[in-house]
Design a protein around this ligand. Structure first.
Ligand code: MV4
Length: 463
């Protein structure tokens, strides 16, 4: 049984976990850095504990500090949120050893899925479709050529310890391979501390479709549904939706089955996500598994009716998860927009500073997850997410109309935000048609560069 949870995160996700704790009557402590002393989750928590200075490595990613904070405050569980140490097998391992329930899968599963080449192999062996590629790590050009004989060009060189798209290199022929392999290895070494890379056939303009899974401690594993997260900029997701638009029913069923098979094969526990690439012909391939709750979980919550964070806590407590097939049919359509403190006029440069006014949108079909309040000072030390605006509609068109309305209602003054850019995106004709793929935002920018560079948040009339 989980009695008291250390919330080892900040911002909107700390608030989200706090809310789930309150709804379940579970005691909680928010761990915060000096930069977050005046933050909303700290103010709203029953208890909070300072874990160090603003610098991430001295607070939110300092595992010994988090463990001490949990022990000193009498917590018997730790929720890592997303980012920071949420997929760190070392933290999960120490938690296990000192009797603190890490709210997520076991340290062993986190480590296996953290090694992207190993994750691929495990999924392939379990019968989950993977992109044709190398069997494990590629050491030199000779090994690469050997693998490519079977898979063909173009290929993508990826870091084993990477993920999220960082440090990838495309090679279209032998010459490019010889040039880019050492570059990719050196980049991987300096970025992730491991120069190990692997190779996959390059899929052109795929869709990013991911499947939410929930697995309890008693062997019940369910695919809760998929999300399309194709709208990304520099590997940062901007807009996510559930269900995925224009996804063939049969393809979807097969995706759900593959996700359950994959999660069962690794002995998964708690909430997780299997990322797939879907090509233009509806073929799908396993990419990576995320062993945490994700930023975009609310769209799945909205169409499934499940509180995923509550389920994380209940699963960690040993509760049984039993769902019927009909519980897993998506109800309507949900879209999330990530409102960030970035200036579209300055190539989306992140900004810090004081929020003057904050008026979140409301009305039918709108949910806002945000840690903002008027007067809040956005610190420069962390990611730039300010608010997630989540819309719901019976149809995708209604979800889009409500999102457009909600973004028009949203008022954040004092710092520039991405709000106006998001409004442009969701009202784009191609987006409306559900004609999405991972190159969408880049193409959108090419079409709209001039307009985007002039975007500014509108000032409310009464100022
Ligand atoms: C790929 C790919 C094409 N072919 N793998 C980027 C993030 C990481 N999770 C995997 N990524 C990709 N892997 C093969 N074999 C294209 C991407 C990719 C991408 C994937 C999802 C969302 C946005 C993306 C943007 C550029 C490239």
């Amino acid at each position: 049984m989980v009695r008291k949870v250390l919330i080892a995160n900040r911002g909107e996700i700390a608030l989200r976990v706090l809310r789930a704790c309150r709804d379940l009557g579970i005691d909680h402590v928010v761990a915060y850095s000096e930069a977050d002393r005046d933050s909303l989750p700290v103010r709203m928590a029953r208890e909070a504990v300072c874990i160090g200075p603003a610098t991430v490595s001295k607070s939110y990613t300092n595992a010994p500090g988090l463990i001490s904070a949990a022990m000193v405050t009498g917590c018997d569980a730790l929720h890592p949120g997303y980012g920071f140490l949420s997929e760190n097998s070392y933290l999960a391992d120490i938690c296990q050893r000192v009797g603190i329930k890490f709210i997520g899968p076991s340290a062993e599963v986190i480590a296996k899925m953290g090694d992207k080449a190993q994750a691929r192999q495990i999924m392939k062996q379990a019968g989950v479709p993977t992109v044709p590629g190398s069997d494990g790590v590629i050491r030199d050009v000779a090994e690469a050529r050997d693998a490519i004989r079977k898979i063909g060009y173009p290929v993508l060189i990826k870091a084993v310890a990477g993920g999220g798209g960082r440090g990838m290199r495309i090679a279209g022929n032998d010459a490019e391979l010889a040039r880019f392999l050492p570059v990719a290895q050196a980049e991987a070494e300096s970025a992730f501390g491991s120069g190990d890379v692997y190779i996959e056939r390059y899929v052109d303009k795929p869709r990013h479709v991911e499947v939410q899974v929930l697995a309890d401690q008693h062997g019940h594993v369910y695919a809760i549904g998929e999300r399309d997260c194709s709208l990304q900029r520099r590997h940062q997701k901007i807009v996510e939706e559930a269900p995925a638009p224009n996804l063939n029913r049969k393809v979807r069923d097969n995706l759900m089955r593959a996700a359950v098979k994959g999660a069962k094969a690794v002995g998964y526990e708690n909430a997780g996500t299997l990322e797939f690439l879907v090509d233009a012909n509806g073929n799908f391939y396993f990419m990576e598994m995320n062993t945490r709750i994700q930023v975009e979980h609310p769209v799945t919550e909205r169409v499934s009716g499940l509180d995923l964070v509550e389920w994380q806590l209940m699963i960690a407590s040993g509760d049984q998860l039993k769902l019927e097939r009909r519980d897993l049919e998506p109800n309507g359509h949900s879209i999330e927009c990530r409102v960030t403190a970035e200036d579209p006029a300055l190539d989306f440069r992140p900004v810090a500073g004081r929020v003057n006014q904050f008026v979140p949108p409301g009305g039918p079909g709108i949910r806002v997850d945000s840690h903002l309040y008027p007067g809040y000072v956005v610190p420069p030390d962390y990611d730039s997410l300010l608010a997630k605006v989540i819309s719901w509609g019976q149809t995708r068109d209604q979800a889009i109309a409500r999102m457009d309305r909600a973004l028009a209602e949203l008022i954040i003054t004092g710092i520039p935000t991405s709000t106006a850019f998001l409004r442009m995106l969701v009202t784009d004709e191609k987006f409306r048609r559900g004609d999405v793929h991972t190159g969408f935002v880049a193409e959108f920018m090419n079409r709209n560069e001039a307009l985007v560079s002039t975007l500014q948040d509108k000032t409310p009339n009464h100022l």
